[in-house]
Design a protein around this ligand. Structure first.
Ligand code: HEC
Ligand code: HEC
Length: 220
């Protein structure tokens, strides 16, 4: 308190600047913490799938083994809740008595719980089998996609310039994030509009999943 008083007396404008900087930092930290379903998906796979199953609607292998009855997370009961309501339930703040699910706030930081809640909000439109190997996807991308999409998917490939096609920048989080996994795989399988070719038949299913994972990883 003494230092603050001292600062106040001597350099009031400096004080305001420090305060403004602190507020800016707090705000940008908040923005970075937006619940992200892509992060949530990986966390879900690590912590929840064993009991709730790959689509949230079936028993995972551990639930079967322990004869647990996990709730159906894809059901309307949970799908109509907001992300923050779900985060409270998962964190165990709003747990009803006698429930058998772990109290996750003891094991997972709150921001990660929100990422998981964001993933659960779209669990019906995504496909966990989608998780491929982005490192292998990178090699496939270099072979099959770079000519148009450019290195790291910036949209600056030579062919794109030749055909004059408008390309999105995959490193921009707004570009492919708007697609669910299913939609993203569909574009790569079947193609899009005039110039994006479909890869089904040229790449096998595993390769398509790997390259889609790589495309996703570009905007992280
Ligand atoms: C060890 C098995 C197990 C794991 C792992 C597990 N759950 Fe559960 N979960 C359950 C069971 C069993 C229930 C049914 C309710 C109960 O008895 O607690 C449940 C219920 C729930 C509910 C509903 C709770 C309520 O009060 O309505 C949510 C939401 C949920 N789980 C989310 C998750 C999330 C998210 C994860 C991963 C971070 C996860 N679960 C991991 C077993 C598990
Ligand atoms: C012959 C050029 C060409 C090649 C090769 C190509 N693409 Fe494309 N791709 C395009 C064009 C052009 C678009 C934009 C289509 C549109 O939105 O109008 C596009 C769009 C996309 C989109 C959707 C982007 C968005 O924002 O809507 C994805 C995802 C994609 N391509 C992935 C791939 C992958 C993965 C490969 C390699 C396996 C690949 N593309 C190879 C030309 C190509």
């Amino acid at each position: 308190m003494i230092t603050i008083n001292f600062l106040n007396a001597r350099w009031p404008s400096l004080n305001i600047m420090i305060l403004a900087a602190i507020i800016c930092m707090a705000q940008s930290a908040d923005a970075g913490r937006d619940p992200d379903p892509n992060i949530g998906r990986q966390l879900y796979q690590s912590y929840c799938l064993v009991c709730h199953g790959p689509h949230g609607d079936t028993k995972g292998p551990l639930a079967v083994k322990l004869n647990l009855k996990p709730e159906n997370l894809a059901s309307a009961k949970y799908q109509k809740k907001s992300i923050s309501e779900m985060a409270l339930i998962i964190g165990g703040y709003e747990r009803m008595a006698g429930k058998k699910m772990p109290i996750w706030r003891r094991a997972i930081p709150e921001s990660n719980i929100e990422h998981i809640a964001a993933y659960i909000a779209q669990i019906k439109s995504t496909d966990l089998r989608f998780i491929g190997d982005p490192r292998r996807g990178r090699l496939i991308f270099r072979n099959s996609c770079v000519a148009c999409h450019g290195s790291r998917g910036k949209g600056t490939g030579i062919l794109a310039k030749l055909i004059g096609a408008p390309m999105s920048d995959f490193s921009n989080p707004e570009s492919v994030k708007r697609y669910s996994d299913k939609a993203l795989l569909m574009i790569i399988r079947k193609g899009k509009d005039k110039f994006m070719p479909g890869w089904e038949g040229t790449l096998n299913n595993k390769e398509i999943i790997d390259v889609a994972s790589y495309v996703r990883s570009l905007s992280k």
